[in-house]
Design a protein around this ligand. Structure first.
Ligand code: ARG
Length: 396
């Protein structure tokens, strides 16, 4: 029951697909196209996209720096929750999608647009995340996904279309990979990576040095946390965007944060993915180490289950949902005392915890020690162990 949209807001990256898409949407719907491009810390100047979008047929472009919001409202909640998908993926791409969906909806409302469009294909996760986000926040807005049904069967055909319509696209052959980048990490797929039996080639990594190019001496970094979120490094308070960027550089230099995995996509297929997330990896390790000092055993173990579900929610595109909000409430209460510092050692692709301290530490030296200061009641253990083992004692 969709009506023909008159004004469409397009999530625009400036690449071949979304450049072609501006013209394609105009032709298809005879509609006005407004582009939206976001600075999520992908490390590229996006200002040139302004000219490009307008030259390609957009009536207007919104360019927004949303790094700070990305960190505070998406990255940090995931860090506090220890959200990691299938043991390895730190969710950089997945976390950015609900935020982009939210911005698309905001702009559509501001512009009284009746549709939003994205460039995702029909077999990825990102279509799910965009569309579930958009339809949750704004059920009245139509969603268009041209790449799921348009006539182009290859990059060459798109190039041809671009030439026919005088759409300026760079002549150089595009990357062999499909790459998505932001402050929290880089996701790489396609090309030779699609064969899970083959080692990812060096050119599939961009910010993490191969181990043979890393320094031969370890480097230490100290990260300060307050209530579960990092607030600075090496004793210096720091804006979180800058902190993550600094850790990306530092970790990258030491070969930290590369991942090569086969993962289960929302649409039911397995895919081979390569990720780089040095800053995210360091912060997850640090957060985990600090939290271990502070949470009681039961909270800690329960939180592991929550972490698993939380990561699934992010991966599945279920960010704006009641369960996500409910889990946030749990995570938040566990983070009140996650304050302190963690010292880490970076060396040849590894991150080791060199030390951790917190004013809220539950670690008690006199309880733990085996030397003369020991204050643990060894006698009391006798009864405890007897009762603990009782259920099994009289088993047939
Ligand atoms: N597999 C990852 C995810 O689902 C990365 C997706 C990367 N997206 C892309 N357009 N290259 O989050």
């Amino acid at each position: 029951m969709s009506i023909k949209p008159k004004k469409i807001v397009l999530a625009y990256s400036g690449g071949l697909d979304t450049s072609v898409m501006i013209q394609w949407l105009k032709e298809q719907y005879d509609a006005e196209i407004i582009a939206f491009a976001a600075d999520l810390g992908q490390g590229e100047d996006i200002e040139p996209l302004r000219q490009k979008a307008l030259a390609t047929g957009a009536s207007k472009i919104y360019i927004e720096d949303i790094k700070e919001e990305f960190v505070q409202e998406y990255i940090f909640p995931a860090l506090k929750a220890d959200a990691v998908y299938e043991k390895k993926y730190l969710l950089a791409t997945a976390l950015s999608r609900p935020l982009i969906a939210k911005k698309l909806v905001e702009i559509a409302r501001l512009e009284s647009a009746d549709a939003v469009a994205h460039g995702c294909t029909g077999k990825g996760n990102d279509q799910v995340r965009f569309e579930v986000g958009i339809s949750t926040l704004a059920p009245e807005i139509q969603i268009l996904a041209p790449a799921r049904g348009w006539e182009f069967k290859s990059r060459e055909e798109e190039m041809e279309y671009a030439q026919r319509h005088n759409i300026p696209v760079s002549a150089k052959k595009g990357s062999l990979y499909s790459i998505d980048k932001n402050l929290w990490g880089i996701s790489v797929e396609c090309g030779v990576i699609e064969d899970p039996a083959i080692e990812p080639p060096d050119d599939s990594f961009q910010i993490v040095s191969p181990i043979n190019n890393t320094p031969d001496t370890p480097e230490y970094v100290e990260i300060g946390f307050e209530a579960g979120v990092p607030v600075g490094m090496n004793g210096e308070q720091m804006n979180p965007v800058e902190l993550i960027m600094r850790l990306n550089t530092l970790g990258g230099k030491h070969g930290v944060g590369r991942v090569d995995m086969v993962e289960n996509r929302v649409v039911g297929i397995k895919s081979r993915e390569v990720y780089e997330a040095p800053g995210a990896y360091i912060l997850h390790e640090a957060h985990w180490a600090l939290q271990a000092l502070i949470l009681d055993r039961e909270c800690s173990h329960f939180k592991e289950m929550v972490a698993l579900r939380y990561a699934e929610l992010i991966y599945y595109g279920l960010w704006f949902t009641p369960l996500k909000r409910a889990l946030d409430a749990f995570v938040e209460t566990t983070q009140t005392n996650v304050t302190g510092t963690v010292r880490l050692r970076l060396y040849k692709g590894t991150v080791s915890i060199a030390g951790r301290t917190s004013p809220f530490s539950l670690y008690s030296y006199k309880m733990a020690t085996y030397d003369v200061a020991d204050a643990f009641d060894h006698k009391a253990a006798e009864g405890f162990v007897k009762i603990w083992g009782l259920p099994y004692k009289y088993m047939p």
